[in-house]
Design a protein around this ligand. Structure first.
Ligand code: PHE
Length: 456
C-alpha cells in the first residue's frame, strides 16, 4: 500500500480550524457530554438491572470506545473533509475503495435520526427550566411531580412546541459556524455542570439511601444480564461518547496538525465517564429514597431531580440552573449530531452553512414528530422495540453506531497503512501499539460478537 503523507499534510479544511487544542477538546467534550450522560445513562442502567450493566458499559468505553474515538479523530484529521468525502478520499488513497463513503452516509443518516428524538427530550429540559422558575416543584410530593410530567408529555402540542424551540436554537448556532459561541458555551458549561452534579451528590449522600444507590450501581448481578443488555451497554458507550456516526470525525477535520489525538481522547472519555457516573450516583439514591422504580424509563430524571430540588433550600434556584445547564449540554451535543450532514451539504452542493443548517434542521424537526407523538397520541402504537421513539433510539444507538464504529475501526486498523496512522497518532510508543491492538482485534471482535449475540 502506498503511503501518502505528502498529500495529506497539505490538506486544509474548508471550514477553518479550531483555535487551539483546548478548543477542540472542549468541542468534543461538549458533544459527548449531554442528555446521554444525565438523562439516558441512569434510566438505561436502571432498566438493565444496574451493576452488571454499568460494568459492561465501562469495559466497552475503555476497550472499544477509546480506540474508536482515536480512529475517528485521526481519520477526520487526515481527510479534512466531511465524513462522507473523507471516507471516500481515504478509501481510495489507502488503496481500498471509494465505497467506504457508505460509512459516512450511514453516519449522516444516524445523526439525523438521533437528533430527531434527542431534540424532543432536550425540549423537555427547556420546559423544565420554565417549570422550575415558576416554582411548581417547590415542596411537591412524588405523586405531584409524576403527574406534572405525565400531563406535560401527554400533550403533544406542548412537547411539539418545546421540540420546535430547541431545533430553532440548534439551527441558529450551526448556521453561525462552530467556532463562535460554541467554544464559549462549553468552556463554562462543563465545569458548571460538574459543580451542580456535586451539589446534587451532596444531597443524595444525605438522603439516607446513598448505600442503596451505590450498591445498585456497583454490585454486578450477572444473572440480570442478557445479551440485549450487553448490546444496550455497548450502544450507550457509543452514544455517550458521540462516536460511530462521524461527529467526532467531522470535528477532527478541523484539528490542527500538532495536537495529540491520544491526549485529547483521554481527556474527553474521562470527562464524559465522570459525569455519567456522577449522575448515576446522584440519581439512584433519590430513586430509592422516594420509592421510585429505577426501571421507569425516559422520565426518570424528570421525576427524581425536581423532587429532590423541591425539598432543598434554594431548590428553585438550583433546579433552574440545573435544567439550564442540561439544556446547554444538549445544545452542544445537538450541534455535533448535525455537523456531518451540514458539512456534507456545504461541500457537496456549495451551499452556505446557514442554508445547509436550515435544510437539515427542517427535515429533523419534521421527523421529530414521530417521537413527539410516541408519548401521547401514538403511545399505544408499538412494534419491534416499542413506540416510534423506542425504535428510532434502538436502531440508532444499538445498531447504527456500533456498526459505524466497527467499520471505522476496521478502516483505521486494517485498511490504512501503518505509516498513515502512526503519522497521525505519533509514531511508535506504547500508546500507539495499544491503540493498534485494540483497533485491529479487540474492538472489531467485541462489537461483532455483541451485535451477533444480541441479534441472532
Ligand atoms: N454524546 C451525546 C450525549 O451523550 C449524544 C451524541 C451522540 C452527540 C452522537 C453527538 C453524536 O448526549
Amino acid at each position: 500500500m502506498l503511503s501518502s503523507q505528502g498529500d495529506s499534510a497539505k490538506r486544509k479544511s474548508l471550514h477553518g480550524h479550531w483555535s487551539s487544542r483546548m478548543a477542540f477538546v472542549l468541542a468534543v467534550t461538549g458533544s459527548a457530554v449531554g442528555l446521554g450522560n444525565i438523562w439516558k445513562f441512569p434510566y438505561i442502567a436502571g432498566q438493565n438491572g444496574g451493576g452488571a450493566f454499568v460494568l459492561v458499559y465501562l469495559v466497552c468505553v475503555i476497550v472499544i470506545g477509546m480506540p474508536v474515538m482515536m480512529s475517528e479523530i485521526l481519520i477526520g484529521r487526515r481527510g479534512r473533509r466531511n465524513p462522507i468525502a473523507t471516507m471516500e478520499l481515504l478509501g481510495k488513497e489507502e488503496g481500498s475503495s471509494a465505497n467506504w463513503r457508505w460509512v459516512g452516509i450511514m453516519g449522516v443518516f444516524a445523526g439525523i435520526l438521533i437528533l430527531s428524538y434527542y431534540s424532543v427530550i432536550a425540549g423537555w429540559t427547556l420546559a423544565y427550566v420554565v417549570k422550575s422558575v415558576s416554582g411548581v416543584f417547590a415542596g411537591a410530593s412524588a405523586a405531584a411531580v409524576g403527574t406534572e410530567f405525565d400531563n406535560f408529555v401527554g400533550d403533544w402540542r406542548l412537547i411539539g412546541l418545546s421540540h420546535t424551540i430547541f431545533m430553532a436554537l440548534t439551527i441558529f448556532v450551526v448556521a453561525r459556524g462552530v467556532e463562535r459561541g460554541l467554544e464559549q458555551a462549553v468552556r463554562f458549561m462543563v465545569p458548571a455542570l460538574l459543580v451542580l452534579m456535586l451539589v446534587l451528590l451532596g444531597y443524595s449522600i444525605n438522603s439516607g439511601y446513598f448505600g442503596e444507590g451505590v450498591a445498585f450501581m456497583f454490585t454486578p448481578d450477572f444473572t440480570k444480564l442478557t445479551w440485549n443488555s450487553v448490546l444496550a451497554a455497548l450502544g450507550q458507550a457509543f452514544f455517550t461518547l458521540s462516536i460511530g456516526m462521524g461527529a467526532v470525525m467531522a470535528y477532527g477535520a478541523y484539528l490542527p496538525e500538532e495536537t495529540s489525538i491520544t491526549g485529547a481522547s483521554v481527556a474527553v472519555v474521562g470527562a464524559d465517564t465522570a459525569i455519567a457516573i456522577l449522575a448515576g450516583l446522584a440519581i439512584f439514591p433519590l430513586v430509592f429514597a422516594n420509592n421510585l422504580d429505577p426501571a421507569d424509563g425516559p422520565g426518570l430524571v424528570f421525576f427524581t431531580l425536581p423532587l429532590a430540588f423541591g425539598q432543598m433550600a434554594g431548590g428553585v434556584f438550583f433546579s433552574t440552573v440545573f435544567f439550564v445547564l442540561l439544556a446547554f449540554a444538549a445544545w452542544t451535543s445537538a450541534i455535533g449530531l448535525m455537523e456531518p450532514a451540514v458539512a456534507w451539504i456545504v461541500e457537496r452542493f456549495n451551499r452556505t452553512r446557514a442554508q445547509a443548517a436550515v435544510m437539515t434542521g427542517l427535515l429533523i424537526w419534521f421527523l421529530g414528530f414521530g417521537s413527539v407523538l410516541s408519548f401521547n397520541v401514538l403511545a399505544e402504537f408499538k412494534f419491534l422495540a416499542g413506540t416510534i421513539f423506542d425504535n428510532v433510539d434502538y436502531l440508532t444507538s444499538n445498531i447504527f453506531l456500533p456498526l459505524g464504529g466497527l467499520l471505522i475501526v476496521v478502516f483505521a486498523g486494517w485498511v490504512m497503512c501503518r505509516n498513515s496512522t502512526s503519522d497521525e497518532l505519533g509514531s511508535s510508543g506504547t500508546w500507539y501499539r495499544a491503540w493498534r491492538f485494540l483497533a485491529r482485534f479487540v474492538a472489531p471482535i467485541g462489537i461483532l460478537f455483541v451485535l451477533a449475540s444480541a441479534i441472532l
